[in-house]
Design a protein around this ligand. Structure first.
Ligand SMILES: Cc1cc2nc3c(=O)[nH]c(=O)nc-3n(C[C@H](O)[C@H](O)[C@H](O)COP(=O)(O)O)c2cc1C
Length: 157
């Protein structure tokens, strides 16, 4: 998924050598019981402010008590955020699904942090499971999916 307006590369296809090194971190986690919709909005609002300062962009999906976040930017700043996320008691059971540095364009150049509605968070997690290679990640994703199985899913539209 790419955010449409002003996607970098509208004019000329950039040459790979022009692209900055970009670090990305993708994870899912379980929200604390106290986290409701309004709290997620507050998380996103604060993240937008902080991410603008740190050159970070990405998306946050929240559904059925599960977070799924893609965040990209300079390696040092992403690593700082990862440390803060691990200290944040509004979620737990953080499962890192993907993290690496590549020379590429941003996937979400215009979103300092965009909340994306998950019509069905299960589809997002199944997709991550399909792409997961690490056996610990596979086990953790299966555990989360099992946990979701005992809860009503979000309505489909
Ligand atoms: C699911 C989730 C996603 C978050 N995403 C971001 C983010 O993109 N950027 C950010 O600065 N903080 C984000 N936060 C908040 C950080 O965990 C942390 O509270 C915040 O950066 C302030 O940290 P500090 O009080 O140690 O300065 C997120 C928190 C949660 C629970």
């Amino acid at each position: 998924m790419r955010d449409e307006p002003g996607f970098a590369g509208d004019d000329d296809e950039p040459d790979d050598s022009d692209l900055p090194a970009l670090y990305h971190f993708v994870y899912c986690s379980r929200a604390a019981d106290s986290v409701d919709d309004a709290e997620v909005d507050r998380i996103v609002e604060a993240a937008q402010h902080s991410n603008r300062t740190h050159g970070l962009t990405g998306v946050l999906v929240f559904g059925s008590g599960i977070f799924f976040q893609w965040v990209e930017g300079p390696a040092e700043n992403i690593k700082g955020l990862i440390a803060r996320l691990h200290d944040d008691r509004r979620h737990h059971d953080i499962v890192a699904l993907s993290q690496s540095e590549e020379e590429r364009e941003r996937l979400y150049p215009n979103w300092t942090m965009e909340r994306v509605e998950a019509e069905d968070i299960r589809a997002v997690l199944l997709d991550a499971l399909e792409n997961a290679e690490d056996k610990n990640n596979i086990a953790a994703l299966q555990r989360i999916l099992g946990h979701l199985g005992s809860q009503p899913l979000l309505s489909l539209g």
